[in-house]
Write a protein that binds this ligand. Structure first.
Ligand code: C2E
Ligand code: CA
Ligand code: CA
Ligand code: CA
Length: 277
């Protein structure tokens, strides 16, 4: 059943619209991108379903390639992990995210800023020092920063992971379990790791209003998160029907193209004005 669910989720997660022939990039190309500042953070709003207010954004990195145009993370994150460049990459993403959070804070806009982190980031010795230092330098309270970790990465050495995540939580950073429903987290992990937020994978969100199997998984994930006192985010909200389902079922937060696509920081202010109108 697990395997079937995973296949179902990945077939529904809509990667196809991003082009059929993904080009791959080698280690030199990615190093060069990192060193020449071609990796740019985009931000996608997370809004509260009940009130419509924007509560935060998720950072999604884009590569502004001088020849190939805008490159999506599925074409280079895996390679960066494989070539040992993911710590450098995440450092770049974090620096931009904290700096941007500081700009929003000065504008009186206390958005929570989420960053995707890989297992190699968490297990690297200086990750915690880096986030603590960036928070201090930019005067962003750590509880305004959300670290998103995909459920599939929670496999590895459970004790080590528990210790790392608990230490980050004690420093007040918020933790989010991403792509929930597509990985192998155990109920024990969900109980022991102090997650603040659970993100229901988009594969179980869009069309859940029309498909009983998806709906069952969506409902179960929502109930589990509520029981464990986590804030629930539905990802990949693409239509009015999706949004209505979240409203009817009491899902806390929504993220997806129905609300807004990921955008450069400069565009967020304009989007907020339109969204409020
Ligand atoms: P994710 O963390 O699950 O991010 C959500 C993905 O869904 C993003 O794809 C986003 O653009 C896309 N999305 C948002 N709303 C909708 C919607 O309504 N419909 C559909 N079909 N898709 C939607 P993106 O930006 O291509 O990123 C893909 C994955 O790459 C992310 O999945 C995340 O796992 C990874 N990623 C992105 N940025 C970073 C990063 O800075 N560091 C690391 N380690 N991974 C990253
Ligand atoms: Ca994420
Ligand atoms: Ca996700
Ligand atoms: Ca995903």
């Amino acid at each position: 059943l697990r395997m079937q669910l995973m296949k179902l989720a990945s077939s529904l997660s809509g990667q196809s619209e991003k082009g059929a022939v993904p080009k791959t990039y080698d280690v030199e190309a990615i190093k060069n991108a990192l060193n020449s500042g071609e990796l740019v953070n985009y931000y996608q709003p997370k809004v509260r379903v009940e009130t419509g207010e924007i509560v935060g954004v998720e950072t999604l990195v884009r590569w502004h390639h001088p020849v190939d145009g805008v490159i999506y993370p599925n074409q280079f994150i895996g390679a960066a992990e494989k070539y040992g460049l993911i710590n450098h990459l995440t450092q770049t993403v974090l620096e931009q995210a904290f700096a941007q959070a500081g700009i929003w804070q000065k504008l009186g806009c206390d958005l929570k800023v989420a960053v995707n982190v890989s297992m190699d980031n968490l297990t690297s010795l200086d990750f915690q020092d880096t986030v603590v230092r960036l928070a201090a330098e930019t005067e962003i309270p750590p509880n305004r920063i959300v670290l998103e970790i995909t459920e599939s990465q929670l496999m590895g050495d459970e004790r080590v992971l528990l210790e790392i995540l608990t230490r980050l939580r004690l420093k007040r950073f918020h933790l989010s379990i991403d792509d929930f429903g597509t990985g192998h987290s155990s109920l024990t992990q969900l109980r022991d790791i102090p997650f603040d937020e659970l993100k229901i994978d988009q594969g179980f969100v869009h069309h859940a209003s029309k498909d009983v199997t998806l709906r069952a998984i969506y409902d179960a994930s929502l109930a589990l998160a509520k029981q464990l006192n986590m804030e629930v985010v539905a990802e990949g909200v693409e239509s009015r029907e999706d949004w209505e389902l979240l409203r009817q079922t009491g899902c806390d937060l929504a993220q997806g193209n129905f609300i807004a696509q990921p955008m450069p920081a400069e565009e967020l202010g304009g989007w907020v004005k339109k969204w409020r109108a």
